[in-house]
Design a protein around this ligand. Structure first.
Ligand SMILES: [Fe+2]
Length: 214
C-alpha cells in the first residue's frame, strides 16, 4: 500500500537524518539534549501518527525493529544500525499503565495523542523498595527524560479516560539485554527480555537440558 510506504519512508528518512546529526555528539547529555529539542516537533505531526495508527489498525506492523519490543503495547519504529538511538511508540487504552520499570539507556518520551501520565520512582533499598515521586501529566508536544537503570525507574500510561499514544527515543543501550519490572508491594524485581530473545534463551536452555539427559 503506497500510504504505508510513504509513512515508513518518512520515519526512516527522518531517523537517518537524526542519526547523522546525533552521532557526532559525544556523551549521553548532548544526545539527550538533541532529542529533547527534536522530539516535540515530531509529536505534533498528526498526519504521520494518523498514518502509523491506520497501518496498525489495519493489522500492519509499522516498524523496522520487529522482535525488539519488550512491552506488549510497544512498536519499534526505527533502530539505528550503530545503536545511536531507537524510536518506539506505545499504545495505551484508557487507564492502561506499564508495570514500574527501568531502561538500559536514557530516554526522551512524550505523547502524540492524549494526556500521558509520567510517574517516577526512587529506589530506596534494593531489590525493590521504591518511593513514588510526584507524577507529571504531559500533553502532546511535552517531553520528559529518563536516565538508565535505577536512576530512571518509572511507570507511564493513561490516567484515563482517554487513550494515549506515547513516543520515545532511547539512547545507546548499556550491555544489558533486559529491563527490570518492579513489584514494590512484594518488594520483588523481575528481568524481562524481548520476546524473541526470551524464546531464544529458553530454547537454548532446553537443548542443554535435553543434551545432558540423553
Ligand atoms: Fe519506560
Amino acid at each position: 500500500m503506497p500510504e504505508r510506504n510513504e509513512t515508513e519512508t518518512a520515519v526512516t528518512a527522518l531517523c537517518r537524518r537524526w542519526s547523522r546529526e546525533a552521532t557526532p555528539l559525544k556523551g549521553p547529555a548532548a544526545r539527550m539534549a538533541f532529542f529533547r529539542d527534536r522530539l516535540p516537533g515530531l509529536l505534533r505531526d498528526r498526519t504521520l501518527w494518523r498514518g502509523i495508527l491506520a497501518e496498525l489498525a489495519g493489522g500492519g506492523t509499522a516498524g523496522e525493529g520487529r522482535g525488539e519490543a519488550i512491552f506488549e503495547n510497544e512498536v519499534v519504529l526505527y533502530r539505528d544500525p550503530a545503536r545511536v538511538f531507537s524510536l518506539r511508540l506505545y499504545l495505551f487504552g484508557p487507564g492502561d499503565r506499564t508495570p514500574i520499570h527501568d531502561h538500559s539507556s536514557w530516554g526522551v518520551s512524550g505523547p502524540a495523542l492524549g494526556e500521558l501520565e509520567w510517574a517516577p520512582y526512587r529506589l530506596e533499598a534494593p531489590p525493590a523498595r521504591l518511593a513514588a515521586l510526584p507524577p507529571r501529566r504531559l500533553s502532546p508536544g511535552d517531553v520528559a527524560t529518563t536516565l538508565p537503570l535505577e536512576a530512571g525507574i518509572h511507570r507511564t500510561g493513561s490516567p484515563g479516560p482517554g487513550s494515549v499514544l506515547m513516543v520515545s527515543v532511547y539512547g545507546t543501550p548499556l550491555r544489558r539485554l533486559f529491563l527490570n519490572f518492579y513489584a514494590p508491594e512484594a518488594e520483588t524485581v523481575r528481568r524481562v527480555f524481548p520476546a524473541r530473545l526470551m524464546r531464544k534463551r529458553l530454547a537454548a536452555r532446553m537443548l542443554e537440558e535435553w543434551g545432558s539427559s540423553g
